[in-house]
Design a protein around this ligand. Structure first.
Ligand SMILES: Nc1ncnc2c1ncn2[C@@H]1O[C@H](COP(=O)(O)OP(=O)(O)OP(=O)(O)O)[C@@H](O)[C@H]1O
Ligand SMILES: [Mg+2]
Length: 486
């Protein structure tokens, strides 16, 4: 890419023509100015050997963000930072370096298969002042591509797709991954308002730091990597390129940490879908359609999110039916309004998930987490929707060794044997093991941390024994009661 001023300066040529036009026009009487304008433009169009293609930032009736615009922006920022004279600077994802993009009304040239093209960036600011809730809503930005007429075909058929493809590749390489959360639908209005708000995704969890059974960990990692590289395979077998994971287990066993590790392994964005904030099935569908590929859509604690279990839903409908028959019109209206609060149903969710797979581009993962897998409706987690069911459970010795390595930087210790036995005899979550192993002060040495964990394990074992004893007593009392009654 070379600065346009150094080559054929197209902008200057056109600028000169326009100057001549304005100059001549002022000497003409008003009744001739109209004809002059009309024929001047006709002549310019006739003699101008260039074609122009404009790429607006927002297009269509609904002012949807134009993917081509973003890709061109990335492509040009990569190319022009070395040559353009006026650049805009933004902070990069690591907050330490800056990303340079060409400034508005700046022009640069590019070459493709020996053909020269000209790019310019434009911004139109509305002339009238108005009070806006969201700044820059009326600003219009675009890129203009200028090329000689004789290369029209090559440029429209090959060059533009080359630019978009390269721009997307650069963007994927450079992007700051995001953690998205859904906005309530009353905040969706205004064409640039988004259904999702985002923050940079910077969770440090990795599979290396996940404490769990080593074989299971390897299996999950392989499954994920195989999925992310299987585009052709999915196309060949005629299946949507997606995968569903159900993570279940008690609190503090690493379900959320695993989602972060998955996103970090695959370099995906995360969409944290809060179902309770979604009012109805149609809204859910729109939210899911607004997610991008290379992403993980997460619904945490699916059992608590909504009344999604088949049985509960049935009971509720029966009860509602009876209530409605008996209530007066005002109560009915109040109830109807109440029902509008959140009306996402199990079947709605299932349809949305299936719809998401069929109507969006691929490379998506959906993850449900729950503490109570037995509460979920089988339809929700059947294979094909949730392809892999992963149980994350209490801390095993394998998991402990990961913590010992990460937290204390040791692979073995004389106390390992005792800890292995105790872990086999009691149930402690990885979150609790981690908390006990973490040094509490600078004076805490490895042995102090290990001993603290041993004490905690012994305490948990004691409590477990007491609980079992109590339960046995209750059982005995029950049995004696039954025997006496008989
Ligand atoms: N398997 C694990 N490996 C590493 N760290 C873990 C693991 N399990 C829990 N932790 C630690 O415990 C904390 C809680 O874990 P996390 O939030 O992943 O649990 P969870 O299973 O999602 O719990 P909940 O069901 O309550 O949402 C985290 O800060 C994490 O560092
Ligand atoms: Mg969690």
């Amino acid at each position: 890419m070379v600065m346009m001023g150094e080559m054929l300066n197209l902008g200057t040529t056109m600028g000169t023509v326009m100057l001549v036009y304005t100059f001549c026009k002022q000497f003409l009487p008003p009744h001739l100015q109209f004809y002059f304008e009309k024929y001047f433009h006709k002549i310019v169009r006739f003699v101008n050997p260039y074609v122009e293609i404009t790429f607006d930032e927002f297009t269509g009736e609904h002012m949807k963000r134009n993917e081509a615009y973003s890709a061109i922006k990335t492509y040009l920022s990569d190319k022009s930072s070395a040559s353009a004279k006026r650049l805009k600077a933004n902070v990069a994802k690591d907050s330490e370096s800056v990303v340079l993009t060409m400034d508005y009304n700046e022009e640069v040239t590019d070459e493709f298969q020996g053909v020269k093209v000209w790019w310019s960036s434009k911004r139109t600011v509305p002339s009238t002042q108005r009070i806006a809730w969201y700044p820059n809503d009326d600003e219009k930005r675009s890129y203009k591509l200028t090329v000689h007429k004789r290369h029209r075909e090559l440029i429209t058929q090959s060059y533009v797709s080359h630019v978009i493809k390269e721009g997307k590749e650069i963007a994927t390489k450079n992007r700051q991954r995001k953690l998205y959360s859904n906005n309530p639908s009353q905040n969706w209005y205004g064409y640039r308002r988004s259904k999702w708000s985002n923050v940079p995704f910077e969770h440090p969890a990795r599979f290396d730091t996940l404490a769990m059974d080593a074989n299971l960990k390897e299996q999950i990692k392989n499954d994920l990597i195989k999925f992310s590289t299987a585009k052709d395979y999915y196309t060949r077998i005629g299946k949507a390129w997606k995968r569903g994971y159900l993570l279940y287990g008690p609190p503090g066993t690493g379900k959320s940490s695993m989602i972060a590790a998955m996103a970090n392994l695959l370099d995906y964005d995360v969409y944290d879908l809060e179902l309770t904030a979604v009012k109805e099935n149609a809204e859910l569908r729109r939210l899911l359609l607004d997610t991008s590929s290379k992403s993980i859509v997460v619904i945490e604690d699916i059992d608590c999110s909504l009344d999604l279990t088949g049985q509960r839903e049935k009971k509720k409908t029966e009860k509602e039916g009876k209530d409605e028959e008996q209530s007066d019109p005002i109560t009915k209206k109040v109830k109807e309004d109440e029902k509008k609060e959140s009306k996402v149903t199990l079947s709605g969710l299932l349809n949305c998930i299936d719809g998401l797979w069929s109507s969006c581009g691929g490379e998506r993962i959906i993850v449900f987490t729950t503490n109570y897998v037995e509460k979920l409706d089988p339809a929700l987690i059947r294979r094909g929707r949730m392809d892999k069911h992963i149980e994350l459970s209490y801390c095993c010795f394998d998991a402990f060794k990961v913590f010992a390595k990460n937290y204390l930087e040791i692979d073995s210790h004389s106390l390992f044997g005792e800890i292995e036995t105790l872990l086999g005899e009691t149930k402690m979550t990885p979150a609790d093991v981690a908390e006990n192993l973490m040094p509490k002060s600078d004076l805490d040495v490895v042995e102090t941390c290990m001993k603290r964990l041993i004490e905690a394990l012994k305490e948990a074992k004691k409590k477990k024994a007491e609980k079992e004893e109590k339960e046995e007593c209750v059982e005995e009392v029950k049995e004696n009661g039954v025997a006496m009654a008989a």
